[in-house]
Write a protein that binds this ligand. Structure first.
Ligand code: COA
Length: 325
């Protein structure tokens, strides 16, 4: 068993329901945890699709969302998410820390992990100026209400929430046609949410990472370039390029996607032309490389029609293909 710094030993049930001791550490989320964190978010909010739950990765990358994870030797077993809000129902102080999400894997509950995650979240808020801390829970979530009560929260109000579906996001009429003018635009605070909401069709998810993951990777990349793809004033896609100085082709198309609602309208081709034009204008550019998953329905044919030629190189199941200038 590896002892990690700041770790404590807790008792949990193993797969045969025997009580065993494991080492547990509470620490901030790091980049390599993102996929496991999203998996846990899906278990906490099972009514949401994966692409709907990756959006907050951007808030995390920019420090607006604090995320703490509980790690035991075989992986992550819980998380807490916290933000700063100006006010919260029942709180008289401002600003307040707000517990946005709280999850412990079922086999590891009642072992103090939730408490430890909450303490880390409170500390995160305290150093940002909060003197109060708030949270919410469904009235019928007995465990959550009991845990909140045990950890010093006073119940302030019971609020009924109403919801109705007014459109299926997959069917929102595009309102734009193939004649729309395609441009590449910078991503900023105003359009970042819209870009993270763009998604490929379910059967294409194996071919490209969600945009929020790409934006999080971009936030930490040393030499990358990213743009939103617009058709007139509608965001329809996303591109991320890596500048790999020293590599034969130097510029690598890291991510490229057109939202499922806007595929088949010529926007992909038009955007690629702009991307190629951008790369051509860079000093020392001799070509553009990329790689693709060689499965039926994958983007291989799309690249080949644009003049990309496979090099025969394979990396992690993806085939390298290049457009030489
Ligand atoms: C809520 C949750 C995060 C608590 O995590 P946890 O690791 O089990 O919490 P702890 O072990 O630190 O529990 C702290 C105290 O809360 C109370 N508590 C927690 N779960 C309880 C339950 N099911 N019934 C009664 N009291 C409970 C107890 O007083 C407990 O202390 P004790 O075990 O010494 O008696 C966990 O139950 C969970 O992931 N639930 C599903 C997701 C969820 O509902 N999230 C909250 C959404 S608002």
């Amino acid at each position: 068993m590896t002892l990690v710094s700041g770790a404590t030993t807790i008792s949990v049930l193993d797969t045969s329901d025997r009580v065993v001791s494991v080492v547990m550490e509470i620490r901030p989320l790091n980049r390599s945890d993102v996929e496991a964190w999203i998996d846990m978010r899906l278990r906490l909010w099972p009514d949401h699709a994966r692409h709907e739950l990756v959006g907050e990765t951007v808030d995390w990358a920019h420090g607006k969302l604090g995320v703490f994870v509980a790690e035991v030797e075989d992986g992550l077993t819980g998380f807490a998410e916290v933000t700063m809000r100006d006010r919260a129902p029942g709180c008289t102080t401002s600003p307040v820390g707000y517990l946005e999400g709280w999850w412990v894997e079922s086999g590891h509950r009642r072992r103090g992990i939730g408490t430890a995650l909450l303490k880390a979240s409170e500390q995160w808020s305290r150093v940002r100026g909060a003197t109060g801390f708030a949270s919410d829970a469904h009235a019928d979530n007995e465990a959550s209400r009991a845990a909140h009560g045990a950890l010093g929260f006073a119940e302030k109000s019971a609020v009924l929430r109403f919801h109705k579906r007014i459109a299926d996001s997959a069917d929102i009429p595009a309102g734009i046609g193939s004649e729309a003018s395609v441009t590449l635009r910078e991503i900023d605070a105003d359009n970042v949410r819209a870009i993270t909401r763009l998604a490929v069709a379910p059967h294409q998810r194996a071919f490209v990472a969600p945009n929020a993951i790409s934006l999080a990777q971009y936030a930490f990349a040393t030499n990358a370039w990213t743009r939103a793809i617009y058709a007139d004033d509608t965001p329809v896609g996303y591109v991320l390029l890596a500048d790999e100085e020293g590599e034969e082709y130097r510029y690598f198309l890291w991510r490229f996607m057109i939202d499922r609602r806007y595929q088949g309208m010529g926007f992909g081709n038009a955007a690629m032309e702009l991307i190629i034009e951008h790369v051509r204008s860079q000093s020392g550019a001799v070509g553009l490389a990329t790689s693709y998953v060689p499965l039926a329905g994958g983007p291989g044919e799309f690249y080949h029609r644009l003049g990309f030629v496979d090099t025969g190189q394979e990396d992690d199941g993806e085939l390298e293909t290049v457009l030489t200038f």
